[in-house]
Design a protein around this ligand. Structure first.
Ligand code: HAM
Length: 421
């Protein structure tokens, strides 16, 4: 039996070979967010369990069966955050950021849900989230979608993504709709699967979100919320669709899009891809004005979305990623004097050429074995210091990727040479 300890099921390591895609995604995301004036916020990974049950909803899958919940040593019930919206809003309320103010915020980090692991679905996964407070919309609703769309363009994955939108109306409008929905599903009780029968009592709107193909026809015939909306909700939705059309953003209205978290009202949206199999939603969100009051603050406005970073990285890995993390230079040094000179030269080069990625060979070995390492590192150039070079303050430069003559240069000339790479 092996005594090696493995990672917890559903929690994965991100190995260096995948880092270029992560870094490209994260740096592009930061640039796009900055270009719309969004500011970063960081909140704890652990919150009081009550925060999630009061916001995401007592009878959602997340709160009912997916949270990592435990009592800490004081006996308080705490949970690892399953998402970032609740914590972000909690922090803004706690620090008085919402009074007559608008904020455009973003965060990123790991989230935790005890779901059944499969490709694209993990128990620890990374989200980047965006939350905008204090704006009634629908212009800010449109801005969020435009910003996501710009991100897809910049990442080179726009062609693979489709935008679906819907409106969930207000809590009152949903209540009226819910009654009609319950009447409809009760009349077809024998066609409901077990999950839907349970949801009929607890959260009937979620039946619309069922992935069971046997339920498809029944769901297609169900009443739609759009028919129960008041004028304010309808015109909010029209405002959003008009703004999207003016900006040239293609969308599909999906009346079955209900989202798995209870806090939404009015606009909701998801970006989905066919390229990733069953877990195809890479970005999802919507408006959640009511949650602010629900968490004890004076009523205001809120809307946001979150990106599933693992899923986006999977999409990116099918495309060419313009990020090069290989070193420019690998410095080989053989001999006692050369080892000392090589380290000095490496530091000198890093001082003189900011941005230069230089790996200094450590751990000794022959020229041959050091050249092998240099080649494997992906570096473009090998810098070679032997005792002869060390005695004369010189260094040899060999291009490892192209046929070219090996050069012998003074340190000053080597700095000038590498400043141009
Ligand atoms: P969500 O739909 O639960 O919304 O998650 C957003 C995205 O996170 C999903 O579309 C998916 O890409 C990713 N995701 C969710 N669960 C997993 C998982 N187990 N493994 C891998 N990726 C996953 C929210 O979390 C809301 N807080 C979004 C929001 C922000 N609404 C308003 N503001």
């Amino acid at each position: 039996m092996s005594n090696k300890i493995q990672a917890v099921r559903g929690m994965h390591d991100i190995l260096p070979e995948h880092s270029p895609a992560w870094q490209f995604l994260e740096s592009t995301l930061r640039e796009v967010l900055a270009s719309y004036g969004y500011q970063e916020i960081r909140t704890p990974l652990v919150e009081k369990t009550e925060l999630f049950s009061r916001s995401i909803g007592e009878v959602t899958d997340i709160v009912e069966k997916e949270m990592y919940t435990f009592d800490d040593r004081n006996g308080d019930s705490l949970s690892l955050r399953p998402e970032g919206t609740a914590g972000c809003l909690r922090a803004c309320i706690e620090h008085g950021l919402l009074h007559n103010q608008v904020h455009r915020l973003w965060y990123t980090g790991p989230m935790f849900r005890h779901e059944r692991p499969q490709k694209g679905r993990y128990r620890q996964f990374y989200q980047a989230g965006v939350e905008a407070y204090g704006m009634a919309g629908p212009d800010i609703d449109a801005e969020l979608i435009l910003m996501a769309s710009r991100l897809w363009q910049r990442l080179g994955i726009a062609e693979q993504l489709e935008l679906q939108i819907n409106t969930l109306g207000t809590a009152e409008e949903r209540l009226a709709y819910r009654e009609h929905l319950v009447v409809y599903f009760r009349a077809h009780h024998e066609q409901l699967d077990e999950d839907s029968r349970r949801r009929l009592e607890t959260n009937p709107l979620r039946i619309l979100d069922s992935k069971n193909p046997d339920m498809r026809a029944l769901i297609a015939g169900a009443p739609v919320l759009a028919d129960y909306l008041g004028e304010i909700s309808s015109s909010h939705f029209r405002g959003l669709t008009t703004a999207l059309e003016q900006a040239g953003i293609a969308y599909t209205v999906n009346p079955r899009l209900v989202r798995g978290l209870d806090y939404y009202s009015r606009s909701v949206f998801e970006w989905v891809t066919q390229s990733l199999g069953a877990q195809g939603t890479v970005c999802a969100g919507g408006r959640y004005d009511g949650l602010i009051e629900q968490l004890g603050e004076r009523a205001s406005h809120a809307i946001g979305f979150a990106l599933g970073l693992e899923r986006l990285v999977s999409l990116l890995e099918h495309t060419a990623i313009p990020v090069d993390t290989a070193p420019h230079v690998y410095l080989i040094r053989v001999g006692e004097a050369a080892e000392q000179a090589g380290m000095l030269l490496a530091e000198r080069l890093r001082d003189a050429v900011p941005g230069l990625r230089l790996v200094l060979h450590c751990g000794g070995g022959s020229f041959k074995s050091q050249f092998k390492r240099a080649d494997k590192s992906g570096a473009r150039y090998a810098l070679i210091v032997g005792d002869d070079e060390a005695a004369q303050d010189r260094v040899s430069i060999k291009n490892l990727r192209e046929e070219a003559e090996q050069l012998s240069l003074s340190w000053g000339d080597a700095i000038d040479y590498l400043a141009k790479v």
